[in-house]
Design a protein around this ligand. Structure first.
Ligand code: NAP
Length: 319
């Protein structure tokens, strides 16, 4: 079995290596790729050392069984089709192919059925969407989702290493922002990605479009995505209306039995879920008019929202 990771030196890439190791994987050939900047870096996997190679078109033509891509949209757009056309199955973490109707967008707990007999590029959803749909899907199956109003509070690691460096240097050196539009230290920024014509940001539109595609539904998702000065862990405040009637106790019981979900009697916080592969839920309650369920949802964005989901897609193929 020949496997590769593109973007292996990044936040997500390094976590993919860790998750593969934790879940007991080993491969005959395991190659790691980065840009020229980090080429030559030595990383370890199952006590073996692997030298990171510079990503090239030639390398992508070698023919891998599976390649995990996590080096940003432009790199995926250029290199993933080359790899796929040379026989590799690509699991891509970027937004490059997510809304392409011919490319599956997968959260294995929900829609791994779309992978049956499929080879080529598979898209991994956006981090804030994965943790949300893990909680919503089991409720949707019973009650049918109608409308979701959500505010996300997203960690700086969602922007990779550069986001974490920016928060750190604003705190320690009071430096000016270069990654985010305004200061992130001791602040909250209600903008993630550029704004679209309708006033929603690109991140907010991803939550609508990707939720619909993964769950194959037409629900409305009205999101406000906020960047907050947290290193790891996205938090989400969620209000959900359903087509069918529901009860609080039954909804809680459904979530207690849902795959990759943990229900808290009180509430989880970002610091408490770092390193966890579950989507955590607390403060589950019903709106005053009895029509909606409200809850608080937190997950490790780099694991649940990226690396672990990609590894689970890989495991689905390996089964
Ligand atoms: N962080 C998250 O929570 C999260 C969640 C979901 C999806 N994603 C997506 O995952 C991808 C990576 O995110 P990240 O957080 O890991 O970013 P990151 O920490 O900035 O890492 C980026 C990785 O891409 C590599 N890279 C950059 N330019 C390259 C080039 N020209 N050629 C080859 N490799 C190149 C970097 O190599 P060097 O070390 O050489 O620079 C590094 O390995 C992005 O598409 C992001 O949107 C991230």
């Amino acid at each position: 079995m020949k496997i590769g990771i593109v973007g292996a030196t990044g936040e997500v890439g390094r976590t993919m290596i860790k998750v593969l190791e934790e879940r007991g994987h080993d491969f005959d050939e395991f190659k790691l790729f980065s840009s020229e900047r980090s080429a030559g870096t030595v990383l370890s996997f199952n006590s073996k050392t692997i030298k990171v190679e510079k990503l090239t078109e030639e390398a992508m033509k070698e023919g891998f069984d599976y390649l995990l891509f996590s080096a940003g949209k432009e790199i995926s757009k250029k290199f993933a089709p080359i790899a796929a056309s040379h026989g590799s199955t690509v699991i891509d973490n970027s937004s490059a192919f997510r809304m392409n109707p011919d490319i599956p967008l997968v959260v294995p707990e929900i829609n791994s059925n779309v992978l049956k007999g499929y080879h080529g590029i598979v898209a991994n959803p956006n981090c804030s969407t994965i943790q949300l749909v893990l909680v919503l899907n089991p409720l949707h199956i019973l009650y049918k989702l109608k409308r979701i109003i959500i505010t996300t509070m997203q960690a700086v690691s969602g922007s990779g290493r550069k986001g974490m460096n920016e928060l750190d240097s604003e705190i320690t050196k009071n430096s000016d922002p270069t990654v985010y539009p305004k200061k992130i230290a001791f602040n909250c920024i209600p903008q993630i990605g550029p704004f679209c014509e309708n006033g929603f940001s690109e991140e907010e539109m991803k939550m609508l479009n990707e939720t619909r595609k993964i769950m194959n539904c037409t629900c409305d998702v009205e999101a406000t995505a906020v960047r907050v000065p947290v290193m790891y862990g996205h938090s989400e405040s969620v209000y959900v209306e359903f087509e069918r009637s529901f009860s609080l106790e039954e909804a809680k019981e459904i979530l207690r039995n849902a795959p990759s979900v943990k229900v808290w009697e009180d509430y989880p916080t970002a610091l408490e879920v770092v390193g966890s592969d579950l989507s955590h839920v607390g403060r589950i309650r019903i709106s005053y008019d009895g029509k909606a369920l409200l809850f608080w949802n937190v997950a490790d964005n780099v694991r649940v929202g990226a690396a672990t989901n990609a590894v689970k897609i890989l495991e689905h193929f390996l089964k």
